[in-house]
Design a binder for this molecule. Structure first.
Ligand SMILES: Nc1ncnc2c1ncn2[C@@H]1O[C@H](COP(=O)(O)OP(=O)(O)OP(=O)(O)O)[C@@H](O)[C@H]1O
Ligand SMILES: [Mg+2]
Length: 363
């Protein structure tokens, strides 16, 4: 699978862009704030319908404009597939695949698989549970077709339930409706917990081998799922905690409070790991992700590295670059420094300046 071309219109700082990518290694370089990440964001958006930065639709429309368009052509099994996205202010975005409009984001599933790696990912181990849940959700949305549907329903119901909890003290008659929300929240919550349980089993089959190699045979890494509530017990625990939830006006039970624990020889790396260990675990996590996507989709995902090479030391850079042969790779960096020039074959170089992309032929 590969991204053949991207066309943008009024997207972020791009008024107009059309660019074609090579099937091998592509480097986008340029100073800060020129539009490198914006271009990657447009690819991420066409694969997942969401911004990897968590931006709202209207934030991605160019300042002063009313709408934005993205057209990404993906080459898969020898055929081209065109994804069109029409982003509007205050309205849901319009999406078409091969010029046929689709009505659910889940119809995009499987069309464009990629693994994106940005400097924030290196922080995933030491940051809070929210970031780790975001990682889980992003992975599962790519690997499991029903997950996107389940997680968005769960979040909507959670929002309703929290609002209801705040309203009940002023309108006690609403109390009777709580049971209906609890039932629905538990239904979607159970699906999420079950999907996360399965994902962790798959992840652990992959990550230890990768991490062992990365650490020169020294470290055994195990990722433990820490669900707020165990599978099968969500509704019961919700009901048990109703009084407390009413008191605090928010839902205290469910997968929106889950976490992941990273253990090396049974030591919790979130709390006790060195910076280097935390970074290595994050890298192992990303490399496992490539393998999991390959396994689940029978496709080699596109690898997108946003400014991440400069954050890794030489040996980790080498490990990463050695692991990615035969994968279309799109890399951003601020300069064509030594590591990029010397280390591996580059097929296409793009210079990004203020929302314009120029192809360089200094290869
Ligand atoms: N909706 C928008 N309309 C116009 N410009 C925008 C919009 N959103 C962001 N920008 C501009 O895009 C620029 C940032 O682009 P981007 O994040 O792609 O930079 P970058 O090249 O990746 O930089 P860095 O090397 O610092 O990561 C900023 O200057 C920002 O003002
Ligand atoms: Mg950037």
């Amino acid at each position: 699978m590969r991204v053949k071309s991207v066309a943008l219109n009024n997207f972020r700082n791009y008024s107009y862009l059309y660019t074609e990518f090579d099937k091998g290694t592509n480097i986008l370089y340029g100073d800060n704030a020129q539009g490198k990440t914006n271009l990657l964001e447009s690819i991420y958006l066409s694969g997942t319908c969401r911004s990897h930065r968590g931006s709202k639709d209207e934030e991605m429309i160019q300042f002063g404009e009313e709408e934005a368009h993205i057209r990404v052509v993906v080459r898969k099994h020898g055929l081209d597939h065109q994804i069109d996205m029409h982003i509007k202010r205050k309205k849901a975005k319009g999406i078409a695949i091969n010029q046929i409009p689709i009505h659910r984001a889940s119809e995009l599933f499987g069309l464009l698989n990629f693994v994106m790696f940005s400097p924030e990912d290196l922080q995933i181990i030491k940051r809070g549970p929210k970031e780790r849940r975001r990682f889980l959700d992003a992975e599962l949305c790519q690997l499991d077709k029903s997950y996107l549907h389940d997680i968005s329903n769960y979040n909507k119901i959670l929002e309703h339930r929290n609002k209801l909890l705040k309203d009940i003290p002023f309108h006690p008659e609403l109390r009777d409706t709580l049971a209906v929300w609890d039932m629905q929240l538990a239904e979607y919550g159970e699906r999420i917990i079950s999907a996360r349980n399965k994902f962790l089993i798959q992840l652990n089959q992959m990550i230890n081998g990768i991490h062992k190699e990365l650490s020169g045979g020294k470290e055994d890494l195990y990722v433990k799922y820490e669900p707020d509530v165990s599978e099968g017990y969500m509704e019961e625990k919700l009901i048990r905690n109703q009084e407390r939830d009413l008191k605090f006006g928010m839902t205290s039970v469910g997968p929106h409070r889950d976490d992941l624990c990273f253990l090396i020889h049974n030591i919790d790396i979130r709390k006790f790991g060195s910076q280097g260990q935390q970074r290595s675990c994050a890298l192992s996590l990303k490399l496992s992700e490539i393998e999991l996507v390959k396994h689940a989709t029978n496709e080699i995902p596109v690898l997108i590295l946003d400014d991440v090479l400069s954050e890794l030391d030489g040996s980790r850079q080498n490990f990463l670059l050695d692991s990615i042969h035969g994968v279309q790779t799109i890399i951003t960096c601020t300069g064509l420094d030594g590591f990029v020039k010397n280390r591996f074959e580059i097929n296409k170089i793009f210079k990004v300046v203020n929302g314009n992309v120029a192809i360089e032929d200094r290869l």
